[in-house]
Design a protein around this ligand. Structure first.
Ligand code: CTP
Ligand SMILES: C[C@](O)(CO)[C@H](O)COP(=O)(O)O
Length: 228
């Protein structure tokens, strides 16, 4: 059997409205480097990942100013209105068997978590995602802010990235989900809508998505711990 081939797609075309900063959050500085530089590093450093498609907003003037923009593994694509459209645009630049989709806004990804995903490809599933089990008591709220119910947290997971799928299957699943008006907030949700049951891989809980201002401090702390 031939060795599986891998590439990555990194959606980076968002505006980061919840971060409330002048710069899109992927370009904010964390320990002296842009968030996106941290997010790209473990993917670019991995020998089994042959190229990394970075999906930028059509008006992006920031990425080309970063040193990482010259990395030979990087290919650029232009994103769309929502994350799913950006991912689909990125997939058109990919020709490997497997693809890992990783948010530009997740700067604390580790090599070990990438390896856990790549290992899965050897067991031939249709795909896998990094995830962490929910730790708190979960509530479903009413529109008026009161509690409607306590949700059983057994088998309830937070979906993280990277999410790794067979490139062709993912492209088909996303295209179909968009045609059917299915909400696609991550790659797995498109695959689920096509009837697949992706594998959950227990990942590190410090692989956070920087979403709100307070997340930046946490990401800084996690990165400095990882670098020690
Ligand atoms: N049209 C879009 C929207 C989002 N993203 C990317 O998808 C990732 C995860 O999305 P999210 O955290 O929601 O980012 P934003 O959409 O930028 O943030 P917000 O929802 O706060 O505006 C980010 O790396 C973001 O740049 C993208 O490539 N294209
Ligand atoms: C893909 C994702 O990071 C998984 O948690 C997430 O769904 C994308 O972020 P959003 O904040 O829901 O747009």
């Amino acid at each position: 059997m031939s060795k599986p081939s891998f590439s990555a797609v990194v959606p980076a075309a968002g505006i980061g409205s919840r971060m409330q900063s002048a710069l899109p959050k992927q370009y904010l500085s964390l320990n002296g480097k842009a968030v996106i530089e941290h997010s790209l590093k473990p993917l670019l450093d991995h020998d089994d990942i042959t190229h990394v498609v970075v999906v930028l907003s059509k008006d992006d003037t920031y990425f080309s100013q970063l040193a990482v923009a010259c990395h030979p593994k990087i290919v650029l694509a232009t994103g769309g209105k929502e994350r799913v459209h950006s991912v689909l645009a990125g997939l058109t630049q990919v020709n490997t068997e497997w693809v890992l989709v990783h948010d530009a806004a997740r700067p604390c990804l580790t090599r070990d978590d990438i390896d856990a995903l790549l290992q899965h490809a050897k067991h031939i599933g249709t795909g896998a995602i990094l995830a962490t089990l929910v730790r708190d008591t979960m509530k479903r709220g009413n529109d008026n802010g009161t509690i409607a119910a306590t949700v059983c947290r057994e088998n309830l997971w937070h979906a993280l990235t990277p999410q790794m799928f067979l490139r062709q299957q993912l492209q088909q699943a996303i295209t179909q989900a968009l045609q059917q008006g299915v909400s696609v907030t991550d790659e797995a949700s498109a695959m689920e809508a096509s009837g697949y049951q992706p594998q959950l891989i227990d990942g590190r809980s410090d692989n956070i998505k920087v979403t709100r201002p307070e997340d930046m401090l946490l990401a800084e702390l996690y990165l400095s711990q990882q670098q020690n």
